[in-house]
Write a protein that binds this ligand. Structure first.
Ligand SMILES: Cc1cc2nc3c(=O)[nH]c(=O)nc-3n(C[C@H](O)[C@H](O)[C@H](O)COP(=O)(O)OP(=O)(O)OC[C@H]3O[C@@H](n4cnc5c(N)ncnc54)[C@H](O)[C@@H]3O)c2cc1C
Length: 432
């Protein structure tokens, strides 16, 4: 089969369409912009509490990063714990780390409660060290995580690495058994159906073009102009991630959209698949410009990375197929003859400090900046925003931390400096 420029996961799930086209209500309690994990998780949680909620997705539900990702449901955050401690202090970081663990439970609970058939499995993740110095740092990391968070990470020396991965290029590994894997397209489709069953009003192919606020009874009311008509709402949640548009300029300024690309091989024989990943882990390496990879439930090798830094276009997707294939063969020479059947790209929502953020912007609730942790984090943040709207106490440790705008040249509307950022990270990988 020739390489298809297509998201493999999307071939495993029927395109989701609401049962019948729904008329736009005149007003709702909560309007949500963006139908990925974050927006749908919020919609589900709100509708389950009897709140009237409409969710708008410019394309189809899950069309953004939520159906295109590696399906790795990961513990921890992108920023190393010692840096977090320096930035935010121990108490806040304890809450942040606890949130990262809770977010995986949150996904598991939704999958179970809503009976979402998405191959969720607590298979654990494996980080592999690309340099001896990276491996040498694992001992201190694991000790810190054990001491501060009472969370167990297991160090795998190079001599034992073959029990975890069928590759000899790494210097050792670090396993976290708490992480999980799933099929993201099936998960996001299941979330949409769950939100719909709970009573949320789902509107796909409906782009929010403008949001205006007018004062009302000492508070304010929002008017949303969408491609399907106008609607008013008491509260708005912005869950538009890396795909945030000019409709919400204040949030857009904060987001750095970074392209990431994935290839998937043909279905591999069972014994080869077991050799490549004996414990079926979610695997990523220790570089900034990293590779992440895993087996799919039908035994393909799914191999991703930032082959280009720009958000996806036909060109970047096509070029990525060969770049990633070379990367995959460097890790797994056993795959030299394996056919690549799929290649696709998606855009991640980074922020300047590489942290997730949530709270209010221009009077609207938002959550963004999940980077490579959004499967679990976006689900959790969506549920948390729903809780805040329903009057729950604000215990979100990412609310209120400094949230700088992205520098010019790295923002959605103008990304000319992204290749420079890419070069910077490649240089860091060379020297550190
Ligand atoms: C290639 C790739 C691999 C990844 N791998 C992993 C991984 O293995 N593990 C992990 O945890 N994370 C991973 N991520 C990140 C993760 O997928 C995201 O963080 C997560 O999906 C973000 O969810 P979201 O709901 O915030 O945004 P999205 O899923 O991007 O949804 C936002 C939606 O908003 C819609 N939208 C935007 N503006 C408007 C508007 N004005 N009106 C209507 N709709 C609008 C968009 O169409 C889009 O569908 C990966 C991402 C990519 C791209």
């Amino acid at each position: 089969m020739p390489v298809q420029e297509k998201n493999f996961w999307s071939t495993t799930v029927a395109p989701l369409a609401p049962a019948a086209p729904q008329a736009l209500p005149d007003s709702v309690d909560v309007a949500i912009v963006g139908g990925g994990f974050c927006g749908l998780s919020a919609a589900r949680a709100l509708a389950k509490r009897g709140v009237s909620v409409a969710i708008f997705e410019a394309e189809t539900f899950g069309w953004g990063a939520s159906s295109r990702n590696g399906g790795m449901v990961l513990t921890g955050m992108k920023v190393p714990v010692p840096t977090l401690m320096k930035r935010y202090g121990r108490e806040t970081v304890l809450k942040m780390y606890a949130a990262s663990l809770e977010s995986i439970d949150c996904v598991e609970q939704i999958v179970r409660e809503e009976r979402i058939d998405c191959n969720f499995s607590r298979c654990g993740h494996l980080e592999v060290a690309c340099k001896q110095a990276h491996f040498d740092g694992y001992e201190a990391s694991a000790a810190l995580v054990k001491r501060e968070f009472n969370h167990e990470l297991r160090i795998i020396p190079k001599t034992e690495l073959r029990s975890e991965i069928g590759s000899d290029i790494y210097f050792g590994g670090l396993v976290d058994e708490t992480s999980a894997g799933l099929n993201p397209a099936r998960y996001v489709a299941g979330l949409a159906l769950a939100a719909q069953r709970a009573g949320a009003s789902l509107h796909d192919h409906t782009r929010v073009e403008k949001v205006e606020a007018t004062p009302r009874n000492g508070g304010r009311k929002f008017h949303l102009h969408t491609s399907g008509g106008a609607i008013t709402a008491r509260e708005v949640i912005l869950a538009s991630g890396a795909y945030t548009t000019e409709a919400t300029p204040a949030l857009r300024k904060k987001i750095i959209p970074i392209g990431s690309y994935i290839i998937a091989t043909e279905v591999l024989p069972d014994d080869l698949a077991r050799e490549l990943s004996p414990r079926n882990r979610m695997i990523y390496d220790s570089k900034h410009f990293l590779y992440y990879y895993r087996l799919t439930p039908d035994n393909r090798m799914l191999f991703g990375g930032r082959a280009a830094f720009f958000p996806e276009t036909e060109n970047t997707v096509r070029q990525s197929a060969e770049i990633l294939r070379r990367g995959m063969i460097a890790v797994y020479p056993q795959l030299r003859e394996a056919k690549i059947e799929f290649v696709w790209g998606g855009t991640l929502d980074f922020t300047f400090d590489v942290m997730p953020h949530a709270g209010k912007i221009d009077g609207m609730y938002f959550a963004a900046g999940f980077a490579g942790h959004g499967v679990a984090a976006a689900t959790w943040f969506g549920a948390k925003l729903a809780g805040l709207i329903c009057g729950e106490p604000n215990d979100v440790p990412f609310d209120g931390i400094t949230f700088l705008s992205a520098p010019l040249g790295l923002r959605s509307e103008n990304t000319w400096a992204l290749p420079l950022a890419g070069m910077w990270y490649r240089a860091l990988d060379f020297f550190t």
